[in-house]
Design a protein around this ligand. Structure first.
Ligand SMILES: [Zn+2]
Ligand SMILES: [Zn+2]
Length: 137
């Protein structure tokens, strides 16, 4: 894979720190949140640089990008197969590890698009938002 990477695609030190920060959390942070995290180690880094590095890391398949029309892009350092559930109230994203394997689900689907990926996202209300809604429980 390395020889396919251009000059900009090297795993620079900066990029490595961003990736390690992302792998150390399970909160599926947005680029802004990751920016806040890496600034402790790299006080002079800009938000634009963090954005660019995240895009490159996701192109390289080193992190996952969670896109949703409704909200900000979020990033996930956990590349193991899993699905996501998004809180409809606060937007927080949780992991689901025991849902059925959907790889291969695209086989036999009739479309003139070239399918490049598939993702399954559940929606719900997270425990914290539920407790605000029903203080009794
Ligand atoms: Zn919530
Ligand atoms: Zn995840």
């Amino acid at each position: 894979m390395k020889e396919l990477l251009g000059k900009d695609m090297r795993l620079t030190n900066q990029r490595k720190i961003i990736m390690e920060q992302l792998q150390s959390v399970t909160s599926h942070p947005t680029a802004d949140e990751i920016y806040g995290m890496v600034r402790e180690k790299m006080p002079r880094i800009s938000l634009g640089t963090v954005y660019r590095n995240l895009e490159v890391l996701s192109t390289l398949g080193l992190v996952r990008k969670l896109e949703n029309a409704a909200g900000q892009k979020r990033f996930d350092g956990d590349m193991s197969p899993h699905h996501h559930i998004r809180c409809q109230v606060c937007g927080r994203v949780g992991d689901i590890f025991d849902a059925p394997d959907i790889s291969g689900i695209e086989d036999g689907i009739a479309t003139d698009f070239e399918i490049t990926g598939v993702s399954l996202e559940f929606s719900g209300i997270c425990p914290e938002c539920r407790s605000h809604r029903d203080p009794e429980q």
